[in-house]
Design a protein around this ligand. Structure first.
Ligand code: ADP
Ligand code: MG
Length: 620
């Protein structure tokens, strides 16, 4: 039997709305800080408390306009807002909020105490509201502004509570949220505290560059130079990283449109296009970009949490962004008298077989070559915006990483023979390649033993990386042993990185790392997997271990660590190989799962068929 239709009561309506607006504790921070900014606050303090498992309270205090006694009950009513009067105002509104549902939503799923003093009032008022019901309203003395304390988050939404991630992860989301506010509002004063400890403090009246420095961004980031535009009221400002400072995900790209932080896959692609071939197919720069556009050219009302916006002409915005990024890279390098790496088109299109997946290339037809994922997890993309937003690890700039090495001497370790594991796979086409020689101690040449087979060029480092990756993966299944370091390596980490590494402790132990907590925010590594082979530098241990930090998921983190282990100790460019070693390398490569790409997805080999070679010499 179908139940009769009924109108839901307001509490249920608010809880449903809360389900969309308040995804997790960080959404509360976002909504409350947005309200403070809309109330013209200059000083905003975000204070969070936790127990060992959960966030126990979030308090956002501001020195904004405050809320008058008359408006106070309305503030918690759904669709009650001081920011717009009608739908037509949305297109011209410059405030961050306009739907009037955040406070009502928060109060429907938590216990809220709001203390406020309106700018024109003598005294303040405190109200307590929970499950949508006013429990208390008392006049009290209070400083001008508003303070909202939210406790018992999701107390009446057990399902939502169940889906919350670890305390560390939720704190990481919050850090990311506050970080984005600091970056998008550098002229405001933000203070972020967790359990009374200060995590972020920005000082207002400062430049974006200074805020970025405070937040641990790379000093070498280049200013975005906007050019004259015929497109009405569209401008870009901010910073982008140099082409050699990249990440495996988009978590270091912060975008705002008229002050509103947005997540936009098309705009991230536009930025990457600006780098053209300067960055790899799976690499992402870091960027903080403020986009200013005529409010009439956007619709901010397309996402429940207002995380996405719609542009009237997205193509034009994308094109301009690509061109601004590209010209800023060129200008900065010329201005700084530093040469931009020359990007040369490959000799022939077919040569980048595995990058372009072209028919007729050595890359198997129909094989799936994916665009890199914007975020390295299958979970919600912005988690990774959150997860790695804290300056926990800058792959190619360890000085920025927020930790330092105290020990330098390591045990000399025995090199693990490469034939330790025999792969049951064999790619006969590669196994049968005839080794010809080496070019510039970097590339190998092999002949394809088929009629009109032509030749293959192989990147010796990429090939060896693939071999080592597969070997380590196999050894992982059988259990990897440890080798003790002569002197342990101590890594000093940021609190977030520390918490994350500890979350991954079982993974590190399983992989043969002897890693343990060591005082506040440090870890001690006294042993590394035998498969790491001979390790000379603690920085290598650091690089391998910290590869996990970009990831949330165990397997992805493990994969990143294995890739790093594979990369370390691989044959490098500029290493001479004997004929036997070259041949052996090809044979080992033939036994890997995916001999055509390295574990990072770069091509291992390019193929020139006889036909193509003949074409080059105009012999056709
Ligand atoms: P919205 O921000 O979309 O208007 P909210 O539910 O977030 O909806 O807030 C409702 C109203 O409460 C706001 O329109 C604003 O008038 C008032 N308000 C909320 N927080 C503050 C604050 N920190 N300072 C001043 N006014 C506030
Ligand atoms: Mg609001």
């Amino acid at each position: 039997m179908v139940n009769p239709i009924k109108i839901l009561d307001s509490e249920t309506v608010n809880q449903i709305a809360a389900g969309e607006v308040i995804e997790r504790p960080a959404s509360i921070v976002k909504e409350l800080v947005e309200n403070s900014i809309d109330a013209q606050a200059r000083y905003i303090t975000i204070s969070v408390t936790t127990n060992k498992d959960y966030i126990t309270s979030i308090t956002v205090t501001d020195d904004g306009t405050g809320i008058s006694d008359e408006d106070l009950p309305l503030a918690f009513t759904t669709h009650a807002t001081s920011k717009i009067n009608s739908a037509s105002d949305i297109s011209s509104c410059t405030s961050l909020g306009f739907r009037g549902e955040a406070l009502a939503s928060i109060a429907s799923i938590a216990y809220v105490t709001l203390t406020t003093c309106h700018e024109q009032s003598e005294s303040g008022r405190r109200v307590v509201i929970s499950g949508g019901e006013f429990l208390e309203s008392t006049p009290i003395g209070a400083a001008k502004g508003t303070s909202v304390c939210v406790e018992q988050i999701f107390f009446n939404a057990p399902v939502r509570r169940k889906f919350l991630k670890s305390r560390t992860t939720e704190l990481a989301w919050m850090y990311d949220t506050v970080e984005a506010f600091c970056l998008h509002f550098p002229h405001l004063f933000f203070r972020y505290m967790v359990n009374q400890q200060e995590r972020i403090s920005t000082h207002g009246r400062t430049s974006l560059r200074e805020v970025m420095q405070t937040l641990g961004f790379d000093d070498t980031m280049l200013p975005l130079l906007d050019e004259e535009s015929s497109f009405p009221a569209l401008s870009f400002s901010g910073y982008i990283s140099k082409w050699d400072r990249t990440y495996q995900a988009a978590h270091k790209i912060f975008l705002s449109v008229n002050g509103r932080r947005i997540v936009s896959t098309p705009l991230i692609s536009a930025i990457r296009e600006g780098y053209a071939d300067l960055i790899g197919k799976k690499e992402f720069p870091s960027a903080v970009i403020h986009i200013t556009i005529d409010p009439g050219e956007i619709d901010p009302n397309v996402h429940p949490a207002k995380r996405e916006i719609r542009f009237a002409d997205e193509t034009a915005v994308r094109k301009r962004l690509t061109s601004v990024v590209s010209s800023s890279l060129v200008f900065s390098s010329v201005f700084a008298d530093k040469s931009l790496p020359v990007v040369q088109e490959p000799l022939m299109e077919l040569s980048v077989a595995s990058e372009r997946n072209e028919p007729g290339s050595i890359h198997e037809k129909g094989e799936d070559v994916h665009e890199p994922p914007l975020y390295p997890s299958s979970s919600s993309p912005s988690l990774f915006v959150a997860e790695a937003a804290q300056p926990i690890y800058t792959p190619r700039l360890q000085k920025q990483a927020g930790y330092r090495l105290r020990q330098t001497k390591l045990t000399q370790t025995v090199f693990e023979p490469e034939d330790a594991t025999v792969s049951p796979i064999l790619h006969p086409d590669i196994f049968e390649l005839i080794y010809v020689g080496q070019i510039d101690c970097t590339f190998l040449i092999a002949q394809v033993p088929l009629e009109n087979g032509g030749m293959v060029l192989i990147d010796q480092h990429a090939a060896h990386e693939r071999i080592r990756y597969d070997q380590i993966m196999m050894q992982r299944k059988q259990g990897i042993g440890s080798q003790e370091l002569l002197e342990p390596v101590i890594l000093s980490l940021t609190p977030l990185a520390h918490a994350k590494l500890l979350d991954f402790l079982p993974l590190f132990h399983e992989m043969g790392f002897m890693l343990e907590p060591f005082g506040r925010d440090s870890v001690r590594i006294s042993g590394v997997p035998v498969t790491c082979g001979h390790i000379e530098k603690p920085s290598v241990v650091q690089e391998i271990v910290c590869a996990a930090l970009d990831y949330q998921d165990y397997e992805r983190a493990a994969d990143a660590v294995v890739k790093q282990m594979a990369c370390h100790h691989s044959i490098r460019a500029n290493m001479p190989l004997t004929c036997e070693r070259g041949t052996e390398l090809l044979q080992q490569l033939a036994q890997t799962h995916e001999p055509r790409t390295c574990p990072h997805g770069r091509p291992v080999m390019v193929h020139f068929s006889m036909e193509k070679l003949a074409g080059l010499f105009k012999r056709t």
